[in-house]
Design a protein around this ligand. Sequence first.
Ligand code: FNR
Length: 366
Amino acid sequence: GGIPVCCNINEFEKFAISALGEDVADYYQGGATSESTLNNNRKAYENLKLRPRVMRDVSNRDSSLTVLGKTYRSPVGISPTAMQKLAHCEGEIATARAAGAMDAIMILSLMSTVSLEEVRAHNPSTTLWMQMYIFKERDITLDMIRRAEKAGFSAIVLTMDTAVFGSRYRDIKNQFAMPPYLSLGNFRHMEQHHVDLKCLTGISDYINTQFDDSVNWNDVSWLVKSTKLPVICKGILTGEDANLCLEVGAQGIIVSNHGGRQLDQTPATIEALPEVVQAVGDSIEVYIDGGIRYGTDVFKAVGLGAKYVFIGRASLWGLAHSGSNGVAKVLQILHFEFDQTLALCGCTCADDITREMIVHRTYYED
Ligand code: FNR
């Protein structure tokens, strides 16, 4: 009996999949179309190997990372994932508590089941970034930005890989929908205006029809000018687009393929990272998400130029296991493994990780 102790992210995943309803497990775990991108995100990390240096004094280690001038103890932050109350009754409030306790950045999904104000009220000291989409009704976006500013969020993360929704065939097969006892916290006030109060799925339908597939770089410029907060562009996979992020005045880039849930058949994010870093150099900070399950993944990403890494599903597995404690444990495991990898590779901090320490598997066959 009781909840089993999980000592790595895979065990958290196995437990969560067995504990969640099949449709929720599929919604969290699944990807778009053939799930090639989803699987590739993991495979690509496995295809990179480490060249450790030994017998260097690593007694004084610092595994923190610095993002937009602020140093975080946890080298791993939390990517925005929708509807966290599907995993645990406290939902996003619990995730934010864990992020605060571990000193990690949390990006709140616009599609959260708790409003941004409530997440903040329960977590006054967590570093929160707000994920955003640009709606057809620009006022919806502007209003949300003002609310995030007022609630002390410290960045706006614009998700750019969602011009239309990817086909997640698992969800289509399961006819997955948000259960009626949940609601999208950030949109609750719109119920009176736009949709039947009793028909909560009506809100998500409404929001879906509000997604604007004409959105382009001019709108990103508009967004950057509309807020005092730094704007971070999420969903970049090419050097060309990375340069456009720079041009429109963004302050950061998250190399992401939405965890393989949007366009299928893209490179893994760890494969796309070098071209993005190469394109922008030090002019803008580059972060990454997708497939991170081990501290060695964090090490590889940082070695290839990421200033910070984010996890999506791994935090959901922790949340499903034991709420805030589970998310904290997931962050703690990745932190511990990263520190251990630093030590075993002869590094004392992120700056010590060199490109030469990371090689492609085929290196040995050349
Ligand atoms: C997501 N992701 C996502 N991204 C976003 O910008 N807004 C959102 O609301 C969501 N929602 C969401 C739900 C679920 C269930 C998942 C798994 C993912 C994508 C997310 O931010 C991130 O890019 C990926 O999850 C990273 O990949 P890993 O860490 O899950 O492999």
